[in-house]
Write a protein that binds this ligand. Sequence first.
Ligand SMILES: [Zn+2]
Length: 341
Amino acid sequence: MRTRQRVLAAVTLVLAGALSAPASAVSAPAPTITSVAPRAYLWPHGATPRATKGPQQLAYAGGHQGHGVDTQPAVYLVFWGSQWSKTDPYAAYEKKFFAGLYGRGDDWTNSQSQYCEAVAAGSVDCPRKGPHVGPPSHRQVLKGVWFDDAQMALPTDVGVQIGTDGTGDTVAQEAVRAAQHFGNTTAARNRDAIYIINEPSHFDSPRFGLVYCAYHSALASSIGDVAYAAMPYVTDIENPAHAGLSCGQNMVNSGTAGTYDGVSIVAGHEYLEAVTDPWPSTGWVDAQGSETGDKCVWKASGPGAMDNVHLTTGTFAVQGMWSNLADNGQGQCVTHQRGSA
Ligand SMILES: [Zn+2]
């Protein structure tokens, strides 16, 4: 979604400083963050929806230093903070979801393979040849899982966005630590990497649930551009404090089968937006600033409605994504598509 830069608050500086020292010895010097992209928010179901009038198609916004889509995406799941239990079924569910993507039964990621980079800004279509949103190497997008229990995760979101003074918020800093942890210490290795920073239950970022279920962003650093998603413990929203709002629980499956529907709906949303708009909003966005998932978010009926995708690792709820090519080139939300677009 359209995003806002916010001024840095002193409290974030203090918080950031407190967390910058790694608990364990790290041989390489800590990377420095030099700038941060705007956040692209996923609003909760029940929060004020954005108007979606006007031109519908996603258009290429020109990229960020030549990078506009992930041609060979790589997902790293980080379960941040000592509050996490390694046996939490939430974490297992999310891990299986990403482990199964691009394998047999995945007809969900295909619709996004139509988007490309290296085309003129404003383009709404792509040549057949050239760099497109690609499948991951070895058709395995999940490249790493890390339970970072070195210290407690601490809330970061006090209503501020990171400044351009080189200081990231605590989630951004965790993304950089994750890149280091996985050995991705060059721009090339981070180019198509996406770090999904899962916050522990009751992390309670103040605006979680009110303004967002999750968001993705990116930062520039001494180890290259680092794309990341902040993924709150989305099932926390199902409580009276957030009455009328939801981040997807039971939206596709009823009962206990749907407890984690929102985990794959929300993480999947952020994933496919990160591959089509790695540095918000320089990739594929529409005239309102909506990304591919925003245009179809919480759609419960009709084309591109939320549904299950049946992977070799299990059944997972997902939402549709926008396809410029669908509906004879008029564009439409698409949940299932056989074969690459
Ligand atoms: Zn979004």
